[in-house]
Design a protein around this ligand. Structure first.
Ligand code: HEC
Ligand code: HEC
Length: 209
C-alpha cells in the first residue's frame, strides 16, 4: 500500500510539472503577442520605444519586474518615460499565472547580444566602479538569484545607461514599496556623475564580449 502511494506520487511529481510547463509556454507565447509591439518578436528590444531586450532573461527577474510594474512600484514616477509605457502593459497580465507564463516564455527565447550604442565610456575606469557592483551582479555580470541581482551582460547598453541615471535621480528606486530598487538606488549613488555611468556601462559591454 505504502509502495503504491509513493509510486503514484512519484508519477504525479514527474508528469505534472512537465505538462504544466508546456501549457505555460503556449499561454506565454499567446500573451507575448502584445509585448512584441515594443520589445520585438524575438524580444530583441527597440530603443525607439525605449523598450529593452528581454529575450532569455532569468524568469525570476522577469516575474519580479512584471509584479513591480503591476503593483505600481515601478513605472509610475511622472518623469519615467519608459516606465510609464510599460506600466499599463503589465496590467494586461491578469493573474500571477499569466505573469509566470509570459516570463517562462520570454526566458525560453534565445538571448540577444544587442549592439552597443553608448559612446564615450572608458571601460578601464568603469572596471574600478564595477568592483562594488560585482558583489551582487557577479564578477562576470551574470547576476545572482539569491541576491535578486539581475544579469547585466547582454542587456541593451542604452537601457543600462538610462536605468542607472534613473536610479540616481530617484525616478527608479524612489518608491519605498520597492525595497530592491531602493537598495539599488544607493548603489547607483556611488557613481559620481554621468561620465562614471558611461564608464561602468562600457565595462559591462566588455564583460559580455
Ligand atoms: C508600449 C510598449 C511596450 C509594450 C507593449 C510592452 N513593454 Fe515591456 N517595457 C517597455 C519599456 C519602454 C520598458 C522600459 C521601462 C524602463 O525604462 O524602466 C519595458 C520594460 C520591461 C521589462 C523590464 C526589463 C528590465 O530589464 O527590468 C520587462 C520584464 C518587460 N518590459 C516585459 C514586457 C512584457 C512581458 C510585455 C507584454 C505583456 C511588455 N513588456 C509589453 C515597453 C513596452
Ligand atoms: C547589494 C547588491 C547590489 C549591488 C552592490 C549593485 N546592484 Fe545593481 N541591482 C541589484 C538589485 C537587487 C537589482 C534589481 C533592483 C530593482 O528591482 O529595481 C539591481 C538592478 C540593477 C540594474 C537594472 C537592471 C535592469 O534590467 O533593469 C542595473 C543597470 C544595475 N543594477 C547596475 C548596477 C551597477 C552598475 C552597480 C555598481 C555601481 C550595481 N548595480 C550594484 C543589486 C545590486
Amino acid at each position: 500500500m505504502r509502495f503504491v502511494t509513493t509510486a503514484a506520487l512519484a508519477a504525479l511529481v514527474f508528469v505534472a510539472p512537465q505538462s504544466t510547463f508546456a501549457q505555460d509556454l503556449d499561454r506565454g507565447e499567446a500573451l507575448f503577442d502584445l509585448c512584441t509591439q515594443c520589445h520585438g518578436s524575438a524580444g530583441e528590444g527597440n530603443p525607439m520605444y525605449l523598450a529593452p531586450a528581454i529575450a532569455g532573461f532569468s524568469d525570476w527577474y522577469l516575474t519580479a519586474q512584471l509584479q513591480n510594474f503591476k503593483k505600481g512600484v515601478r513605472g509610475t514616477h511622472p518623469d519615467d518615460m519608459g516606465g510609464l509605457r510599460m506600466y499599463p502593459m503589465s496590467l494586461s497580465l491578469k493573474s500571477d499565472e499569466d505573469i509566470a507564463a509570459v516570463a517562462a516564455y520570454v526566458s525560453s527565447l534565445p538571448p540577444v547580444n544587442p549592439e552597443p550604442t553608448v559612446l564615450g565610456g572608458d571601460p578601464a575606469k568603469g572596471a574600478e566602479s564595477w568592483k562594488t557592483c560585482a558583489a551582487c551582479h557577479g564578477p562576470d555580470g551574470a547576476g545572482k538569484k539569491d541576491l535578486n541581482a539581475p544579469r547585466l551582460v547582454g542587456v541593451s547598453d542604452w537601457y543600462l545607461f538610462e536605468a542607472l541615471k534613473k536610479y540616481k535621480a530617484g525616478i527608479r528606486g524612489g518608491n519605498t514599496g520597492n525595497q530592491q530598487a531602493v537598495m539599488m538606488r544607493g548603489m547607483a549613488m556611488s557613481l559620481a556623475d554621468e561620465q562614471a555611468i558611461r564608464d561602468v556601462v562600457a565595462h559591462i559591454v566588455e564583460l559580455g564580449n
